[in-house]
Design a protein around this ligand. Structure first.
Ligand code: DQA
Length: 144
């Protein structure tokens, strides 16, 4: 099984940005965490981060035909990007949305998720563990 893990803008600033919301672990800690989970399960994974909407769209398009599942934390683009929603719909790869924080308990503008409309599941507010939940969802879905 091959998974693509996509992280959107400012997630590269984990550990520095708003630690009261996002914690003190760094982006590299997150990459290591995800890679270890996938390695333990024998899943091939690529972890990608970009601050640029078009690069994320390009990455989703490039996954067409060669990727079994997408885990995506579009970060701020969650709440604005119809382009990312359309890209996920275009490739029809099973996708799961993850947010470190519980977006539904935060400002109203974070309550809408465009990308989430193309995702089978959302895990929000579980910190790094949300990525594990998303990977396991896709892993079990693949066994069905
Ligand atoms: C986030 C939540 C978003 O609202 C925010 O813009 C982020 C991170 C999260 O992981 O909790 O950058 O996606």
């Amino acid at each position: 099984m091959k998974l693509l893990i996509i992280n959107g803008p400012n997630l590269n600033m984990l550990g520095i940005r708003e630690p009261d919301i996002y914690g003190r672990q760094t982006y590299q800690d997150l990459v290591n965490y995800v890679n270890q989970i996938c390695a333990d399960k024998g899943i091939v994974c690529e972890v990608f981060q970009s601050n640029h909407e078009g690069d994320i769209v390009d990455k989703i398009q490039a996954a067409y035909g060669n990727t079994d599942g997408i885990v995506i934390n579009p970060a701020a683009y969650t709440h604005t990007s119809v382009a990312i929603l359309d890209a996920l719909k275009a490739v029809s790869i099973p996708a799961v949305e993850v947010h470190l924080s519980d977006v539904n308990e935060r400002e109203c503008f974070r309550h809408i998720s465009y990308a989430g409309m193309a995702c089978e599941k959302t895990y929000a507010g579980f910190g790094f563990s949300g990525y594990k939940m998303a990977i396991e969802y896709l892993e079990n879905r693949g066994k069905m």
